[in-house]
Design a protein around this ligand. Structure first.
Ligand SMILES: Cc1cc2nc3c(=O)[nH]c(=O)nc-3n(C[C@H](O)[C@H](O)[C@H](O)COP(=O)(O)OP(=O)(O)OC[C@H]3O[C@@H](n4cnc5c(N)ncnc54)[C@H](O)[C@@H]3O)c2cc1C
Length: 357
């Protein structure tokens, strides 16, 4: 770690991509991750018939037909997309006294990944030099000195380097990392940039079979009464077992107050929409991102979520005399907030940093 030229902070897709690009350019890079795992908002759990299928509790979809950078990285990392299952009718829940079956148009090009988005994380990690990544390394401050940057970790360790890439959601930086002499306007901008999906909770519900498909249902639900506001088929590609996922509509405080009431209400909703076979799921996993201290900021909890837009150029410029760069998905000029944005911001930030002295 002593001879590090560049420190990248945050081992989500953006940080991993930046690290790989910098290593390929011959730089000595340390990747510091505050949690005990890489992936950030990307997470999956194993399950299914033989326990080997992966189910996404973070992102699921990419749109390779419309996302050229995703397409290029999937080819480079040898990851295969497959179509999101959408055949059959959807269920409308809470639009009248009874649930209604109805055809809903699908999304053109919406795809899942073999191995889920975790496959991107694993493939990027596999390409890094061993020893590059340090876990449980939460950065709390950056000190700008005459002879470079000092990166201070929560455990008291300090790492000196020439440049730093903060691949961390911008609001987390503003709230949790003290940066010497950062411009006030940049800090305000970071506070205003919400972290896409950070206050969201996602439920993954596993079944022995995708029984809804036999009844001509796509697994899709649009609900006005919840608790899941949207449900989609999430069965493994070859459907050896069945799975659904849904976005939880209950606000973070309600989810936290009574987790078992939420689970009961989810099962009741699935029975209402898909019949009694839904009453006995093999597993029900709820990932509440609002409780993740390194992802969801205080401001993300206080303010209504906003769909990310392309932010001002200052987010993509060097700071502190080109020593400091930002690289989370929300900083990207293409697909901010999405997986594509994370890939783009990681790669483009590495290139900009390499182009400057
Ligand atoms: C429920 C959900 C569903 C989603 N669905 C989709 C989808 O279908 N399609 C899509 O394209 N996108 C989706 N997204 C968005 C997608 O997950 C993100 O755009 C992407 O994963 C962001 O990657 P990132 O590397 O920019 O940031 P993150 O994944 O947030 O990574 C940041 C990393 O920084 C670390 N960190 C934070 N603070 C510190 C610190 N002080 N010191 C050290 N490390 C720190 C964190 O632990 C984390 O590992 C979804 C997100 C969620 C939560």
């Amino acid at each position: 770690m002593q001879e590090t030229e560049i420190v990248v902070v945050g081992a989500g897709i953006a940080g991993l991509t930046a690290t790989l690009c910098l290593q390929r350019a011959g730089k000595r890079v340390a990747l510091l991750e505050g949690a005990n795992r890489s992936g950030g908002r990307v997470r999956s759990v194993a399950g299914g018939v033989d326990g080997t299928a992966r189910f996404d509790t973070g992102p699921t979809w990419v749109w390779p037909r419309w996302q050229p950078h995703v397409q290029r990285w999937l080819e480079e990392l040898s990851i295969r997309p497959f179509a999101q299952f959408e055949d059959g009718e959807a269920v409308l829940d809470g639009f009248g006294p009874e649930v209604v079956r109805q055809h809903l148009p699908g999304q053109d090009g919406i795809s899942r990944l073999s191995g889920g988005p975790s496959a991107i994380v694993e493939a990027l990690k596999d390409r890094l030099h061993p020893e590059t990544q340090k876990f449980n390394a939460r950065v709390v401050a950056l000190e700008n000195t005459n002879d470079g940057l000092h990166v201070h970790l929560q455990d008291g360790e300090t790492i000196s380097c020439a440049k730093v890439v903060l691949a961390v959601p911008l609001r987390m930086i503003a709230e949790q990392i003290r940066i010497d002499a950062i411009e006030r306007e940049s800090l305000d901008l970071m506070r205003r940039t919400s972290t896409w999906m950070a206050q969201q909770a996602k439920a993954v519900i596993l079944f022995k079979t995708p029984f809804w498909r036999e009844r001509g249902l796509s697994g899709r639900v649009a609900s006005r009464i919840g608790p899941l506001v949207e449900v989609h088929d999430h069965s493994p590609e070859h459907a050896a077992s069945g799975a659904l996922f849904g976005f939880v509509g209950w606000p973070p405080m309600d989810r936290r107050r009574d987790p078992s009431a939420l689970r009961t209400a989810i099962v009741e909703q699935l029975v209402r929409c898909f019949g009694s076979e839904a009453a006995q799921p093999q597993d029900l996993i709820i990932q509440d991102w609002a409780t993740e201290p390194l992802i969801c900021s205080r401001l993300d909890l206080e303010e209504p979520p906003e769909h990310p837009e392309v932010g001002p150029e200052v987010l993509r410029q060097g700071h502190l005399g080109n020593r400091l760069w930002f690289a989370a998905s929300e900083t990207a000029e293409i697909s901010p907030g999405l997986i594509e944005g994370a890939l783009v911001s990681g790669e483009a930030t590495a290139n900009r940093l390499l182009d400057t002295r």
